[in-house]
Design a protein around this ligand. Sequence first.
Ligand SMILES: Cc1cc2nc3c(=O)[nH]c(=O)nc-3n(C[C@H](O)[C@H](O)[C@H](O)COP(=O)(O)OP(=O)(O)OC[C@H]3O[C@@H](n4cnc5c(N)ncnc54)[C@H](O)[C@@H]3O)c2cc1C
Length: 370
Amino acid sequence: MQKEKKIRDVFLKNEVEFKYFKGNILNEFQEVTKNDGTPFKVFTPFWRNAEQKYLSLPPSKNYIVKKRTKVISFFKNCVEPKSILPKKNWYKKFENYWKVSENDSKKVLSSLINDKIKEYGSARDFPSIEGTSKLSPYIKHGQIHVSTIWKRCNEIKSKGIGYRKYINELGWREFSHSLINFFPEFLKGNYRKEFDKFPWVKNEKFLKAWKSGMTGYPIVDAGMRELYETGWMHNRIRMVVGSFLVKHLRINWTEGEKHFRNCLLDFNKANNVAQWQWVAGCGADAAPYFRIFNPILQGEKFDKEGKYVKKWIPELSKVPQKFIHKPWEMEMKYQQAINTIIGKDYPKPIVIHEEARVSALKAFQSLKKN
Ligand SMILES: Cc1cc2nc3c(=O)[nH]c(=O)nc-3n(C[C@H](O)[C@H](O)[C@H](O)COP(=O)(O)OP(=O)(O)OC[C@H]3O[C@@H](n4cnc5c(N)ncnc54)[C@H](O)[C@@H]3O)c2cc1C
């Protein structure tokens, strides 16, 4: 709010009109509360109320934004566009994956409505198919407003399970924003304070292996490489890599949050912090810490044929389906025959799943003794 006040003062001083509008959310923050005025901490009742609240608002007019014909001289010398681009042009490769404009966001939305939303409920969990909207970077950068997405979704005539599931995901976004606005301390640390005593492990070697997609668990490594290459990662895989960091490696979720913040094109403080705390089990309405994803089974369930893994880990391109999520189990003579030596061409697992799981549960139990 202080930032807005500063901007307003500069505008007013220069006789430029200034108005406040809603941010890129459906309901204004702090608009949705229980009857007694206290905030919701659980998603389902929050979203039931938030949807009702939004639907009860008068429909927004179809604004036509008129462009000014005259250039406002006040802006002329303010920012030189080139001066705000990074010095290293690391961002160039993103142009292979993203078309960045408001018009493109509309095309992406149309593709969701016409081709994807019907099957969204089932397709959204499989990273090798484009079953999700991929609208998040456009929402983040303000090229599309969530109310535009909502409106198009609601114009669909036969609204099936896919529609409902999709709208719910927008609901999680609203919920994250509501949480951080009611509980700003959420942004600084564990929402559930008992996690302040969690015995996290500091291990730079493991953290580096995780960041660079070299943990030896193909589904984790494929996700981390997709993130680094494209600035985006599939939601199912965000959950898998997040769980691996905080449970298998027992590294504090704040490290994962920081890495995602640095790499995600759709980075959004509310979503990122709330989702990392959801994964770690220390957030509001979070996945319990003791529910530990098995990265081998997650891979076999959601990337059965290993298409996603092979796309991002070319070293494993010759590994047969049976071993694609546990390549270390291939016999040495077979590894030699396909020219893929585990431990040389691709790393051995940095931790053993069963052992890591037991240690994580022990660490979690120690919280109860405190
Ligand atoms: C550890 C972790 C960190 C995350 N960090 C971010 C982040 O920084 N920014 C971000 O936008 N999303 C984040 N998410 C949520 C989710 O992964 C992305 O929103 C989604 O993958 C974006 O792809 P999409 O647009 O194709 O999603 P779709 O499946 O098409 O969903 C539509 C929209 O709903 C919203 N949405 C979907 N899932 C979630 C969710 N679980 N929580 C909140 N909003 C959601 C997004 O705005 C998304 O664009 C994170 C999830 C995890 C597990």
